[in-house]
Design a protein around this ligand. Structure first.
Ligand code: AMP
Ligand code: GLY
Length: 426
C-alpha cells in the first residue's frame, strides 16, 4: 500500500516509524513531516489543515490509505472528503470529530445517554453566563466550546476569575469563533488520567495505558503545555478502572454516536477525573495524544497498520493487539521559553549518539527541520521526544535521560522528573 500520514509532530514521527515497519506498507509519505520523519517517509510540503492540497496530492500519487494525526483536519472533514473520492483513511468523520471540536456537543451527548461528567450549562450571552456563575459559586470551570489549542479552559478558584474568563471569551473574543459559545461546568476533584481506545464505529479496543505531564516545570509546576513527557503503562489506570471506564464511558459513547447516526472511528482519547464516585469524563479528543502516542507505539508488538485499517473497515471485533510487557517513557525537549515565545533555527547536535548502544531508545522529532548543510534545526516549541523502553518505568526513565544528556542543544530544556508519579506509586 501507498500510505500518507498527515501531520508533522512527534506523534506523527512515531506513527511513521511504526507504519514504515509494516510489511503492508510499500511507500510512505508524510505531510508536512519534519527532519526526523524524513528518515522514514517522503515528506511533502503540504500543511496538515490544507484539505484541498492533501486531496490533490492523494489523487496525484494514488495513495491507498491516509492516517490523520492531529484534530484540525479531522474537524475540517478530511476523512469525509477522502471518502468522497474513494480513499480510505484513519480517523473520525467531521460529525464524529465534534466529540473534540465542540465541548457543548459532548456534554449534551453525555447528558442524553447518562455518561458521567460534570454538571454544566451552555452560554452565548455574557449576562446569563455570569448569572449562572453567581448562582453556582466557585470553584467552577469555564471552557471555550471549540478548538482553542489547549488554551480555552479556565479552572476558576474564585467567582471573579470565572467572571473575567466569561468577559475574555464572549466579549473580548480571546478564542475567536471557538469561544463564541461557552460551557460552564462544576469543578471535579480527584486524580486526572487518560484513556485511549481504538474504535471502528461499533467496537472499542482499549490501547495500552499512558499518562502525560502537562505542566512545564518539575514537580508539575508552571503553565500548561501540550505535554512535557509521558509514560506507559500508567499505574493509575488499574484493571478495575479500565473496566469501569470502558463500561460507563467509552462503550456508551460509541453506542450513542452510532445511535445518533455519526458512528465514531479512530482513536477515542478520554480525559478523565478519577473522583470518589469513579471515573468522570473531562473531555474527549479524537486522535492519539502527543506525546502519549510515542510511548504507546513503542510498546506495540502487533502490526499497527492492519489495526488502523480494521478501524476504518469496521472489523475490530476480530482483532487483538499485543504489547511488550516493558515500560516506555518519553522526555520532551522543548525550546527555552516554551510554552511562551521561543526562538527557532538553533542547531541540535549529538542526535546520532543519543541512543548509545541501545535499540530501546528512539528519538522522535516533534519540531525540527533540516538546515542548508543537512544539520538539524529546532523548528517549534516541543522539538524532540527522547523515548526509551526498559523492564520498569524507573529503568526506562534512566535510559531516556542518559540519551537526553548525549544531545547537545544549549537552547533546549526538559523536565528531569518525567514518570515521578508512577515511580512514587510503586
Ligand atoms: P481540557 O482542555 O478540557 O482538558 O481542560 C484542561 C484542564 O483543565 C484539564 O486537564 C483539567 O486539569 C482541568 N479541568 C477541566 N475540566 C475540569 C473540571 N470540570 N474540574 C476540574 N478540573 C478540570
Ligand atoms: N498530550 C495531550 C494531548 O495530546 O492532548
Amino acid at each position: 500500500m501507498k500510505v500518507l500520514v498527515v501531520g508533522g509532530g512527534g506523534r506523527e514521527h512515531a506513527l511513521c516509524w511504526t507504519i514504515a515497519a509494516s510489511p503492508l506498507c510499500h511507500k510512505l509519505f508524510c505531510a508536512p513531516g519534519n527532519a526526523g520523519i524524513a528518515e522514514e517517509a517522503v515528506c511533502v510540503p503540504i500543511a496538515a489543515d490544507d484539505i484541498e492540497g492533501l486531496l490533490a496530492f492523494v489523487q496525484k500519487e494514488a495513495i491507498d490509505y491516509v492516517v490523520v494525526g492531529p484534530e484540525g483536519p479531522l474537524v475540517l472533514g478530511l476523512v469525509d472528503r477522502l471518502a468522497e473520492i474513494g480513499v480510505k483513511s484513519f480517523g473520525p468523520s467531521a460529525a464524529a470529530a465534534q466529540l473534540e471540536g465542540s465541548k457543548g456537543f459532548t456534554k449534551d451527548l453525555c447528558a442524553k445517554y447518562g455518561i458521567p461528567t460534570a454538571a454544566y450549562a451552555r452560554f452565548t450571552d455574557v449576562a446569563t453566563a455570569k448569572a449562572y456563575v453567581k448562582a453556582e459559586g466557585a470553584p467552577i470551570v469555564v471552557k471555550a466550546d471549540g478548538l482553542a489549542a489547549g488554551k480555552g479552559v479556565t479552572v476558576a478558584m474564585t467567582e471573579a476569575e470565572a467572571l473575567a474568563a466569561i468577559d475574555e471569551a464572549l466579549a473580548g473574543g480571546a478564542f475567536g469563533a471557538a469561544g463564541a459559545e461557552l460551557v460552564i461546568e462544576a469543578f471535579l476533584e480527584g486524580e486526572e488520567a487518560s484513556f485511549f481506545a481504538l474504535v471502528d464505529g461499533e467496537t472499542a479496543l482499549p490501547l495500552a495505558t499512558a499518562q502525560d505531564h502537562k505542566r512545564v516545570y518539575d514537580g508539575d509546576q508552571g503553565p500548561n503545555t501540550g505535554g512535557m513527557g509521558a509514560y506507559s503503562p500508567a499505574p493509575v489506570m488499574t484493571q478495575t478502572l479500565i473496566d469501569d471506564t470502558m463500561d460507563r464511558i467509552v462503550r456508551p459513547t460509541v453506542a450513542a454516536m452510532k445511535a445518533e447516526g455519526m458512528p465514531f472511528k479512530g482513536v477515542l482519547y478520554a480525559g478523565l477525573m478519577i473522583t470518589k464516585d469513579g471515573p468522570e469524563l473531562i473531555e474527549y479528543n479524537v486522535r492519539f495524544g502527543d506525546p502519549e502516542c510515542q510511548v504507546i507505539l513503542m510498546r506495540l508488538m502487533s502490526d499497527l497498520l492492519p489495526a488502523l485499517i480494521a478501524s476504518t473497515d469496521g472489523v475490530l471485533s476480530s482483532f487483538d493487539l499485543r504489547w511488550y510487557p516493558e515500560a516506555a517513557l518519553t522526555v520532551v525537549l522543548a525550546a527555552k521559553g516554551y510554552p511562551g515565545s521561543y526562538e527557532k533555527d538553533s542547531v541540535i547536535r549529538g542526535l546520532d549518539l543519543a541512543p548509545g548502544n541501545s535499540d530501546d531508545v528512539q528519538v522522535f522529532h516533534a519540531g525540527t527541520k533540516a538546515g542548508p548543510d543537512g544539520e538539524i534545526l529546532a523548528n517549534g516549541g516541543r522539538v524532540l521526544n527522547v523515548t526509551a523502553m526498559a523492564p520498569t518505568i524507573r529503568q526506562a526513565q534512566e535510559l531516556a535521560y542518559t540519551a537526553v544528556d548525549r544531545i547537545d542543544w544549549p537552547q533546549g530544556f526538559c523536565r528531569r522528573d518525567i514518570g515521578w508519579r508512577a515511580i512514587a506509586r510503586r
